[in-house]
Design a protein around this ligand. Structure first.
Ligand code: 3PG
Ligand code: MG
Length: 399
């Protein structure tokens, strides 16, 4: 990779210089209280920030949170993130109430060497996500004015052609941060020559989101285990009725074609947990996957499926997992995700968990993060990396 790194920048000396750090601090918040429910992405960027602080840089961090529509929206404020980041760094983080306005300007100007500022949500500004190069560029000019150098440590956003990811690095000396480097190093092992058997587990709700990655992975993997909401479209493609389970009718034929071409590599659930309703206390039973009652909704993979998946994972030498196996946020439908996660943790393999949701599931279920070789901070980003797509944020660092 012909990319300059944080160490190269530190080697030039950053004391007293303003260093812009694009981080992905898009953390899940509790809908009621607004509390941060999983701070994994904040912790993941600490090594880069701590190195810059120790070297005496004036560190200006920016990020998106959620998907506000180009204007300020208090429910997506980064203020709580600034508080948590300060706790983790052990020093207060100066929070700017806007991204490129008066508050941001005075916050950046007020920074002493070794201090950290966080600007308000990038997506409160239309220019951040604009498809218009000039509009994005205008916003990037304003951001770039706050820094003398740029560090990209927002792995979770490298697949977005956004101003802070794609256009700011074109305006400043730019390097990859520690997190971005580590993510690329790990994922490139999977796109290179992974040790076999190579088993991939995919879950999550939509086949349409995962279609490109399934197509790209099928020729590379030895086994592809499919659970989560998207398994029902595959079960339908096999000719089974799926009751009122999640179904993408327009993807059924595509799934049928994939199954035909998959040379038996795709493993689908043989049983599912079918409930009366999509609710934590809904009545539910385990049923064979070819016998889902018409009024029931499948909310998890069943125990026989977990056992089958675990057996396939046991002999694997390389494992990639993206997407929960069921509605793990509801205890009654968390067994599939837990069972698969435990089987991955136990396997004598190089194990990578990809994606915001699966990473959050690992922590929410109380599993030990150190039982996995790598937990990626990127969902869409890690999938697009595995698809072999050009990622705008990485391409921008290569130029
Ligand atoms: C993510 O959560 O996947 C990243 O932070 C990117 O967010 P986005 O999908 O809203 O661009
Ligand atoms: Mg996402």
């Amino acid at each position: 990779m012909s990319i300059r790194t944080l160490d190269d920048l530190l080697g030039e000396g950053v004391s007293g210089r303003r260093v812009l750090v694009r981080a992905d601090l898009n953390v899940p918040l509790d809908k009621q209280t607004g509390d941060i429910t999983d701070d994994g992405r904040i912790r993941a960027v600490l090594p880069t920030l701590e190195a810059l602080v120790s070297a005496g840089a004036k560190v200006v961090v920016f990020s998106h949170l959620g998907r506000p529509k180009g204007a300020p929206d208090p429910q997506f404020s980064l203020r709580p993130v600034a508080g948590r980041l300060g706790e983790l760094l052990g020093a207060p983080v100066h929070f700017a109430e806007d991204t490129v306005g008066d508050s941001a300007r005075s916050t950046v100007e007020g920074l002493a060497d070794g201090q950290v500022a966080l600007l308000e949500n990038l997506r409160f500004n239309k220019g951040e996500t604009s498809k218009d190069d000039a509009e994005r560029g205008g916003f990037a000019d304003q951001l770039a004015a706050f820094g003398d150098a740029y560090v990209d440590d927002a792995f979770g956003a490298v697949h977005r052609k956004h101003a802070s990811v794609h256009d700011v690095p074109a305006r400043l000396p730019h390097v990859a941060g520690r997190l971005v480097l580590r993510e690329v190093e790990v994922l490139s092992k999977l796109t290179g020559e992974p040790e076999r058997p190579y088993v991939v587990v995919l879950g999550g709700s939509k086949v349409s989101d995962k279609l490109a990655v399934i197509e790209a992975l099928l020729p590379k993997v030895d086994r592809l285990l499919i659970g989560g909401g998207m398994c029902f479209t595959f079960l339908k493609a096999q000719g089974h009725e799926v009751g009122s389970s999640l179904l993408e009718e327009e993807m059924v034929q595509t799934c049928r074609n994939l199954l035909e071409r998959s040379e038996g590599k795709i493993m689908l659930p043989v049983d599912v947990v079918a409930a009366d309703a999509f609710a934590p206390d809904a009545a539910h039973d385990t049923v064979p996957s070819d016998g889902i009652p018409s009024k029931r909704v499948g909310l998890d993979i069943g125990p026989q499926t977990v056992a089958g998946f675990a057996a396939a994972l046991k002999g694997a030498k390389t494992i990639f997992w993206n997407g929960p196996m069921g509605v793990f946020e509801m205890a009654a439908f968390a067994h599939g995700t837990r069972g698969v996660a435990e089987a991955i943790a136990k396997a004598d393999a190089f194990t990578v968990v990809g994606g915001g949701d699966s990473a959050a599931a690992v922590r929410a279920l109380g599993l030990d993060e150190s039982d996995f070789d790598h937990i990626s901070t990127g969902g869409g980003a890690s999938l697009e990396y595995l698809e072999g797509k050009t990622l705008p944020g990485i391409a921008a660092l290569e130029n």
